[in-house]
Write a protein that binds this ligand. Structure first.
Ligand SMILES: [Zn+2]
Length: 137
């Protein structure tokens, strides 16, 4: 699925290093590598996960539940002008001009909703570039 994005310019070398342009870091592991723009995505930020793991919930038995719910929630946020959508677009714009974004959360390096955010950002940029390249042919 291709999402409609504002027009963006992507610096030429960004696509060659796209995988490294968004990293998920622990808020407990400050300071973060220099040269990164830190974006806090824990609660109560725009990209915070509204789903909580209840005390006693067995994550190991259902590891995808909370992140799966978050992924579906995030997809819905992108359909209208929400704070989460604006935050995602800001991250995409920063990556496209060559910045490296450190998504900072409490749960990293354990599985974190930051992984969902990272995938969405990278997939969206790849999808947009695919469309541009298709148009150029
Ligand atoms: Zn997290």
């Amino acid at each position: 699925m291709t999402r409609q994005l504002p027009a963006i310019l992507v610096e030429p070398d960004v696509l060659d290093h796209l995988e490294e342009k968004v990293v998920v870091v622990s808020r407990r592991a400050r300071p973060h590598p220099s040269g990164t723009r830190v974006v806090y995505i824990g609660r109560p930020s725009a990209l915070g996960n509204p789903y909580r793991i209840a005390p006693g919930y067995d994550v190991a038995r259902d590891p995808d539940d909370v992140l799966g719910r978050y992924a579906r929630w995030l997809e819905r946020q992108l359909d209208t002008d929400t704070a989460a959508r604006r935050a995602i677009l800001e991250i995409i714009a920063a990556v496209c001009i060559g910045e490296t974004i450190a998504l900072e959360c409490w749960c990293a390096p354990a599985r974190c909703h930051g992984d969902v955010v990272r995938s969405l950002v990278l997939d969206t940029i790849r999808g947009a570039m695919h469309d541009v390249l298709a148009l150029e042919q």
